[in-house]
Design a protein around this ligand. Structure first.
Ligand SMILES: NC(=O)c1ccc[n+]([C@@H]2O[C@H](COP(=O)([O-])OP(=O)(O)OC[C@H]3O[C@@H](n4cnc5c(N)ncnc54)[C@H](O)[C@@H]3O)[C@@H](O)[C@H]2O)c1
Length: 304
């Protein structure tokens, strides 16, 4: 049973049809909020609206591309005319580019990622604040990513867009503070969204995926939704402008590769400490005497 911190309030969740946005919409809805889901996926949007209503949440779906100013202006006007206020905006819609090498990345793809992930946040905020100013209060929560702070190779457009979201967050927080509007960003780490797709999918996660997290598991959309519910509530009224990382401890975990880390990873992967230790010994032998390690391995493989 959840608290009812949003009784009488209205929230717009972009990208709320599926994934993290859907979990946020559901959590705030169950806490008494009226919900408007904005998404480009109409099939999933209609399904999510139906699911929310079945849970007793007053909800509407509006088709809107966050990168299109006319769509966004129209979205906010529809929500206001239907519900009479906009109290909370969750800028969650986001896309991930294909992961090509830098020279292979197209300007078109760069622009689309930045348009949706960063310009979309700016556009939605720009068109929601006039309704918030009229009330003298409001909360804007932007879903950034730990990739604003650290990277895998070939993720330039995504990382840059999310870094932009973090900077846009403190800029808007300072501009809007005098109107009683708080602005925060949340940077999730790895969140498995399978259960919140339309239709839901089975997660495909390995013990290594979970075990490498200091918190012992990959994140769930509900983890992010619980944080959003706190930050959007009056309980967080002294917080604005900052970026909160929620990642099971991954970004503070220092990793230097050595045999110890390999053994630990193998133990998690194989679920067998003894076997992991034997493999570590083999790696140590290979470092000292590669020919001897090869002979040992060949003998093992021949017996298979
Ligand atoms: N899943 C993760 O591991 C993770 C980690 C860090 C940050 N994030 C961020 O969280 C947010 C949600 O991600 P997710 O994993 O739930 O993704 P998802 O793909 O499951 O959901 C994203 C939703 O946004 C919608 N969308 C895409 N482009 C849109 C547009 N132009 N206008 C309106 N809606 C649009 C999609 O239709 C979809 O319903 C994104 O901003 C993402 O960058 C996700």
């Amino acid at each position: 049973m959840h608290l009812r911190r949003f009784e009488g309030r209205v929230c717009v969740v972009t990208g709320g049809a599926k994934g993290i946005g859907a979990a946020i919409a559901t959590r705030l809805g169950l806490e008494g909020c009226r919900i408007a889901i904005a998404d480009v996926d109409e099939v999933a949007g209609v399904a999510r609206e139906k699911d929310l209503r079945a849970r007793g949440v007053e909800a509407i779906f509006v088709r809107a591309d966050v990168a299109n100013e006319r769509d966004v202006e129209n979205l906010m006007a529809i929500v206001y005319s239907r519900f009479g206020s906009i109290d909370v905006l969750i800028n969650n819609a986001g896309i991930m580019p294909s992961g090509k090498e830098l020279e292979e990345q197209s300007l078109e793809e760069w622009r689309r990622v930045v348009d949706v992930n960063l310009t979309g946040v700016w556009l939605c905020s720009k068109h929601a604040v006039k309704y918030m100013k009229a009330r003298g209060r409001g909360v804007i929560l932007n879903i950034a990513s730990t990739r604003a702070l650290q990277s895998e190779p070939n993720t330039e457009p995504y990382s840059a867009s999310k870094g932009g979201v973090v900077a846009l967050t403190h800029a808007m927080a300072i501009s809007l503070a005098k109107y009683g509007i708080r602005v925060l960003s949340i940077s999730p780490g790895w969140v498995d969204t399978s259960a919140w797709q339309v239709p839901p999918r089975e997660p495909r996660l390995t013990p290594l995926d979970h075990g490498q997290h200091p918190a012992g598991r990959v994140g769930r959309p509900e983890d992010v939704a619980a944080l959003v519910a706190f930050l959007a509530s009056d309980e967080a009224e002294w917080m604005t402008g900052v970026n909160i990382v929620i990642d099971g401890g991954m970004t503070v975990k220092m990793v230097y590769l050595d045999e110890g880390v390999l053994e630990e990873s193998l133990a998690v992967l194989l679920r067998d400490r003894e076997l992991a230790h034997c493999m570590r010994r083999l790696i140590e032998v290979a470092r000292e005497d590669p020919a001897r390690a090869k002979t040992m391995l060949r003998e093992v493989v021949e017996k298979l």
